[in-house]
Design a protein around this ligand. Structure first.
Ligand code: AMP
Length: 213
């Protein structure tokens, strides 16, 4: 079964996609991670300028990236995390899936209000070694500058995790991505989880969707 995780920036999509990858054998296809990993290339540099403003990278670029990835992963079940983000991307995805004889299982929407999101995103940082997530006020490492999970001492921050870019990312979500909720609901793919709950609760909600309870 293949999934789409839909929700605003900071809703916890990446965290849950990683758990599903670890626990259930899905491949997480995060278009944001793909763009960040491409930052040494021409395309990556162009994308970075757009991402730092909190705007969306053009549809044709994103659709091509996903088309290549879907070819690469063969028959493994996947989770789209951060794609589609526009009506154009959603329609292109439908065409790609039907051409490649792949099917969508569920579209899981993370529902959460903007106020919590700004607080969650501004101030977050991750361990450069294992990717464990932290936050300046909500979750500091137990020992200053040492990762609780792996003991590494290097951390990274996303350049778009500042208040100005985050406001633009939220605006892009509401105007360009949120209409996809109706798009998928109309075709009965939509399932909703409470993105404001702690990650174990969200994880249980997703498990119950996937296990058909
Ligand atoms: P994310 O890591 O999902 O928060 O994405 C970070 C940034 O990458 C977004 O704010 C966009 O600038 C860009 N991006 C990621 N996925 C897409 C997409 N499907 N369409 C357009 N832009 C994207």
């Amino acid at each position: 079964m293949n999934l789409i995780i839909l929700g605003p920036p900071g809703a916890g999509k990446g965290t849950q996609a990683q758990l599903l990858e670890r626990d259930r054998g899905f491949i997480q296809l995060s278009t944001g991670d793909m763009l960040r990993a491409a930052q040494g290339t021409e395309l990556g540099k162009k994308a970075k300028a757009i991402m730092d403003r909190g705007e969306l990278v053009p549809d044709d670029v994103m659709v091509q990236i996903i088309a290549n990835k879907l070819d690469e992963i063969g028959d493994r079940p996947f989770i789209l995390d951060g794609f589609p983000r526009t009506q154009g991307q959603a329609e292109a995805l439908d065409a790609l899936l039907s051409k490649k004889h792949k099917q969508l299982g569920h579209v899981i929407q993370f529902k959460i209000n903007d106020k919590i999101l700004v607080q969650r995103v501004v101030g977050r940082f991750t361990c450069a070694s294992c990717g464990e997530g932290y936050h300046d006020t909500l979750k500091r490492p137990k020992v200053e500058n040492v990762c609780d999970r792996c003991g590494a001492t290097e951390f990274t921050r996303r350049s778009d995790d500042n208040e100005q870019a985050m406001r633009a990312r939220l605006a892009a979500y509401h105007t360009q991505t949120a209409p996809l909720i109706d798009y998928y609901d109309g075709r009965s793919f939509l399932r909703v989880v409470d993105g404001s709950a702690d990650f174990e609760t969200v994880r249980a909600q997703i498990a119950s969707i996937l296990d058909g309870n």
